[in-house]
Ligand binder design. Structure first.
Ligand SMILES: [Zn+2]
Length: 446
């Protein structure tokens, strides 16, 4: 596998690209903990290999290979790509097929499989075609005529699961009949063709625009093609070190912090936008962003502007909290006090808090001793709220966000609280903290 194999020229950014006030090179030294950023170009490449090698590469072969004196020369050509990679092996099991659909004008899909996966051809082909079809349908045209899939052998795992323009590598072949990780890795790398390849985000300085968008798309593809649902509700609990998303890749310190933020937290930020804006609006946001910024190197603010234009709403607080400051959300039921109201019923005061994160609405569920439950929506604008309610049966528990809609809530153990047993002695309620809302259960609305 020859990837990142020749000295690359830094990207030259003109005025206005990623908010630049004056044009110049986007110039960084090489860092181990970073992916890449380069400009688009036209590549014509001759690759001279021993005759028995089969070569996969970015772009397409524009001439038949020339064989002479035990050597073979391949000639490849690619336009509108920002890198060129290739792979050679005497062992590849190859297959190819043509595919077109709405959004995929016509593409030749070429497989270069490790022999251990010779029998998995159909799975690779199906995943590649289905992923391209969905990407074309959701976001816009796949502008290239080829997509090559290289599957490395078990001992070349370092080459596995990587994206290059019009060429992706699957997970290394270790098992002759792997589970869904085969498809998941492949659709992830193909999704990169859109965010890394065509939109071409700056992965040095804001890697989330590639990996988070790709991971978000990967979940959507796995659900749409294979019915495999995402594990979103629990993923936020893995967040141990939330950091800003617009941050130079090497400033995350280590690869774990980089992966946690750039892949998972960034993806959850997109899912949070989806959760707040609705799935249909989110599809429109993603499509508009892709259409507007294909081949343009956008930045985080470009994306924010698209979110605001499509939703016709202000997302400044959201982007400040979750993108630029690296916060998580934390909704909690801080306390419940419930006691007889002296007229045969019960009076309760519930304190809800929202620490960190930006204002957003949360569902609150009240459960009563008689088994009845009531759900209401708290607008979440204040950082805390006290609710006084009267009911016929004692309040048993309160849960905030019982449906797990707040995907960035990283601490869920405090989202649920059991009420203490009602006390006979009347205590003075502390109502000095925050906004007090009086409500009778059954007619509550806030
Ligand atoms: Zn990736």
């Amino acid at each position: 596998m020859a990837g990142q194999w020749f000295p690359k020229v830094a990207a030259y950014e003109t005025n206005g690209v990623r908010g630049r006030a004056s044009e110049g090179w986007d110039l960084h030294q090489y860092h181990g903990n970073s992916e890449f950023y380069a400009d688009f170009g036209v590549y014509g490449v001759k690759i001279d290999v021993p005759e028995d090698r089969i070569v996969a590469a970015t772009g397409f072969q524009y001439k038949q290979p020339v064989v002479k004196d035990g050597r073979k020369t391949y000639q490849f050509y690619a336009e509108d790509v920002h890198d060129f990679s290739w792979s050679a092996s005497p062992d590849f099991v190859t297959a190819e097929d043509s595919f077109s659909s709405a959004g995929v004008p016509g593409v030749r899909i070429k497989l270069y499989l490790d022999p251990l996966h010779a029998k998995q051809q159909e799975r690779y082909m199906h995943a590649a075609k289905s992923a391209l079809a969905k990407l074309g349908e959701w976001y816009g045209d796949y502008p290239y005529t080829t997509l090559s899939v290289v599957v490395p052998p078990a001992d070349a795992e370092g080459a596995g699961g990587m994206e290059y323009p019009t060429l992706v590598t699957g997970a290394a072949a270790k098992d002759d009949n792997p589970g869904y990780e085969l498809e998941r890795t492949l659709v992830h790398e193909i999704a990169h063709q859109y965010w890394y390849g065509i939109v071409a985000s700056n992965e040095f300085e804001e890697a989330w625009l590639d990996e988070a968008f790709t991971s978000y798309t990967e979940d959507k593809l796995m659900a749409a093609i294979y019915g495999v649902s995402a594990r979103t509700p629990i993923e936020s609990l893995y967040m141990t070190n939330p950091m800003p998303l617009k941050l130079d890749a090497w400033d995350y310190g280590d690869s774990d912090a980089y992966a946690e933020n750039v892949y998972i937290r960034g993806k959850l930020v997109l899912k949070a936008i989806e959760s707040q804006a609705g799935e249909k609006t989110m599809s429109k946001i993603m499509r508009t962003y892709f259409q507007k910024y294909r081949f343009k190197h956008p930045d985080s603010q470009s994306f924010q502007r698209v979110v605001e234009a499509v939703t016709k709403d202000d997302w400044k607080a959201f982007f400040q909290s979750y993108v630029y400051r690296g916060e998580s959300a934390d909704f909690a039921v801080a306390s419940i006090r419930t006691e007889p109201d002296g007229e045969g019923g019960y009076q309760s005061i519930v304190l809800l808090t929202r620490t960190q994160g930006s204002p957003q609405a949360a569902t609150v569920q009240f459960g009563f001793k008689d088994g009845k439950t009531v759900r209401k929506t708290w607008d979440g604008i204040q950082s805390h709220i006290q609710i006084r309610l009267q009911s016929a049966s004692p309040l048993s528990y309160v849960a905030v966000d019982p449906m797990l809609d707040i995907v960035l809530d990283h601490s869920r153990y405090d989202n649920y609280l059991k009420a203490e047993a009602p006390v006979r002695k009347r205590t003075k309620f502390d109502v000095t903290l925050g906004q007090l809302i009086d409500a009778i259960v059954g007619s509550m609305a806030w």
